[in-house]
Design a protein around this ligand. Structure first.
Ligand SMILES: CC(C)(COP(=O)(O)OP(=O)(O)OC[C@H]1O[C@@H](n2cnc3c(N)ncnc32)[C@H](O)[C@@H]1OP(=O)(O)O)[C@@H](O)C(=O)NCCC(=O)NCCS
Length: 197
């Protein structure tokens, strides 16, 4: 049985979950980010080489959820709500208060929603059980997501794209595309490398 993994500079008395693979060059600011991490998968989280997760990042992951944070990706205080799979690509930049959610957690039907709230009240951690269908989210390589944006279930954001601040993304975004607004609309195209202003 291996020793619980703590972080030397941590202000929170937590540990890194046993099924989280954190590269030795990655930076995790605090284990408070795992306070809502309940994945039971063999590999519930992977944080790649040179990646960073800063204060305010919360891995709110259900028992079947799996999250990956790519190499040199920077997650600057986002809530990652995952019951299936959320993949954050290499060099992705996720700003503060972004919400990535691959699950709705609560039923649309009013009666079923009441039952879900009753179950939450009886749950040992008083949490919703995430029994609703989930649909993976994929954030491509080199994507930038501005602050307060929200990415909903099933969305893929293509390589190099930008999501404006406070945007709500309900449909997938093609590579090298800037989207903004609620719902997101395309405001311009980028070229793969080079002459973007
Ligand atoms: C998306 C963004 C990069 C676009 O910048 P830009 O290409 O210079 O865009 P412009 O300012 O020329 O705006 C183009 C149009 O998009 C609209 N727009 C831009 N950003 C928007 C946003 N976040 N939400 C809604 N509409 C937005 C503008 O109103 C303008 O609309 P119009 O053509 O009808 O007049 C920028 O607006 C943004 O949101 N940046 C995120 C900043 C951030 O989160 N920083 C955190 C640090 S990590």
């Amino acid at each position: 049985m291996s020793e619980p993994r703590t972080i030397a500079w941590d202000w929170y008395p937590g540990t890194i979950p046993i099924n989280a693979i954190v590269d030795e060059t990655a930076y995790v600011e605090t284990t408070y980010s795992f306070h809502l991490f309940h994945s039971e998968r063999t590999e519930g989280l992977r944080i790649g080489r040179g990646a960073s997760t800063y204060l305010g990042t919360m891995f709110d992951v259900g028992s079947r959820g799996r999250v990956s944070v790519g190499e040199f990706a920077l997650v600057h205080g986002a809530r990652i709500v995952c019951d299936a799979e959320i993949e954050i690509g290499d060099y992705a930049l996720i700003s503060w208060n972004v919400v990535l959610m691959d699950t709705r957690r609560v039923p649309v039907d009013p009666c079923a929603r009441r039952r879900a709230l009753e179950r939450a009240a009886l749950h040992p951690d008083r949490r919703l059980d995430g029994a609703e269908a989930a649909d993976p989210i994929r954030i491509g390589r080199n994507v930038w997501i501005g602050f307060d944006a929200c990415v909903l279930p099933g969305v893929t954001i293509g390589e190099g794209s930008i999501v404006g601040a406070r945007t709500v993304v309900v449909e997938s975004v093609a590579p090298y595309t800037v989207v903004a607004g609620n719902p997101a609309r395309v405001i311009r195209q980028l070229t793969a490398e080079g002459d973007n202003k």
